[in-house]
Ligand binder design. Structure first.
Ligand code: TRP
Length: 351
């Protein structure tokens, strides 16, 4: 038991199966937070409504990925007895809160949100104009957070502007309507591993549309094939050439995933990552050998996750039931907040 008053909320957009970038960027640390237990409640939201803001023309994609993401979450260790797992769109109170918070945010402030700015510039499909729904998703994210009185929001760096904007909305709301909402704090994973994982092709970002991901649900053969064709140092032509490890995704993955026990089991000539990297940089270490080791490391890391996933995937109706119950619990909390919000705004005629 804990005397903590923390309420933790994590959120994932269901727009694709989760990959090893998500694993090191957020999933592992979310599960760690869950298992440390320093909270009165922890939520794991599947943000399908937010996912639709830039996929409104592809409802099948978002629909299918709700189950995919739920399976991924369970596979990596989200435990429904500890984390309330729920589906965003099934909580209409969130939409209602969003509408009221819209009064508290200017167009100019949204335009300045760095995450929104970057996302807009990267989306060719917004050439025809930016949908208002997408533009205002930071406001809906403020609703997600405040609806559950969440004070701890584990997020990656890219989400910091969202939390900052939520804090502003909370302060504005409280200063106009009286103390009502809880101000949240972002918690960014400390691990060096939380740095964004590059794609298998060396692209700075691992992303579904870039076709450079290793997914949590990939089979052993798929992992092996992806590792085999991974980008390395293009100047490392002969084994004896000195190699670059810092812009080399094979080495970046190893620096994150390779544990001493992996070296002991699969590559005992080296004790740890630094010894291996030093040899590569000096010259005399071939890519094939390093990739073979990375494959063993990833197989060891992902096998238990995949096996758990397959187990849950055998009974998707049980998974849906977990989400249904979680959604019911979450909705009760959101309804309580909404009624407080409406009372504060004097929208409580029939009380
Ligand atoms: N924007 C987050 C992402 O893309 C997902 C998300 C939606 C979220 N609502 C949230 C995260 C509330 C934390 C809190 O990753």
């Amino acid at each position: 038991m804990t005397d903590s008053k923390n309420i933790v909320l994590t959120g994932i957009r269901p727009t694709g199966a989760l990959h090893i970038g998500h694993l090191v960027g957020s999933l592992q640390s979310n599960v760690e937070i869950q298992n440390q237990g320093d909270y009165v409640r922890m939520y794991g939201m599947i943000a399908d409504a937010q996912g639709l803001t830039d996929n409104f023309d592809n409802p099948e994609k978002v629909h299918e990925n709700v189950m995919e993401v739920a399976l991924d979450m369970l596979a990596v260790g989200y435990d429904p007895s500890k984390t309330v797992m729920f589906i965003q769109s099934e909580i209409p109170e969130l939409t209602e809160l969003t509408f009221y918070y819209m009064n508290l945010v200017t167009v100019a402030r949204l335009q300045r949100n760095p995450t929104v700015k970057t996302e807009i510039s990267q989306k060719e499909k917004f050439n025809g104009g930016i949908p208002v729904g997408f533009f205002t998703y930071p406001i809906s994210q403020a609703a997600d957070i405040t609806a559950f009185n969440a004070n701890i929001i584990p997020v990656g760096e890219d989400q910091l502007p969202m939390i900052e904007q939520t804090v502003e909305i909370v302060h504005k709301f409280n200063s106009i309507y009286g103390d009502t909402l809880v101000s949240p704090r972002a918690v960014v994973p400390q691990l060096q591993a939380a740095a964004r994982l590059p794609g298998t092709d060396g692209n700075a970002k691992m992303g579904k549309s870039l076709n450079n991901c290793i997914y949590l649900k990939d089979s052993a053969d798929e992992i092996a094939a992806k590792v085999k064709t991974m980008f390395t140092d293009p100047k490392h032509l002969r084994v004896e050439d000195p190699g670059n490890t810092t812009e080399n995704p094979v080495f970046i993955y190893l620096s994150i995933f390779a544990k001493p026990e992996h070296f002991a089991a699969f590559l005992p000539e080296y004790k740890n990552y630094s010894e291996l990297a030093a040899h590569y940089e000096r010259g005399g270490l071939g890519d094939v050998k390093v990739k073979k080791f990375l494959n063993s490391v990833l197989q060891e890391t992902l096998r238990p996750i995949r096996e758990r996933r397959e187990l849950f995937a055998q009974d998707t109706s049980a998974v849906m039931e977990v989400l249904r119950q979680g959604t019911e619990t979450a909705r009760a909390a959101a309804a309580e907040t909404l009624s407080r919000v409406k009372r504060a705004m004097k929208l409580n005629y029939f009380d």
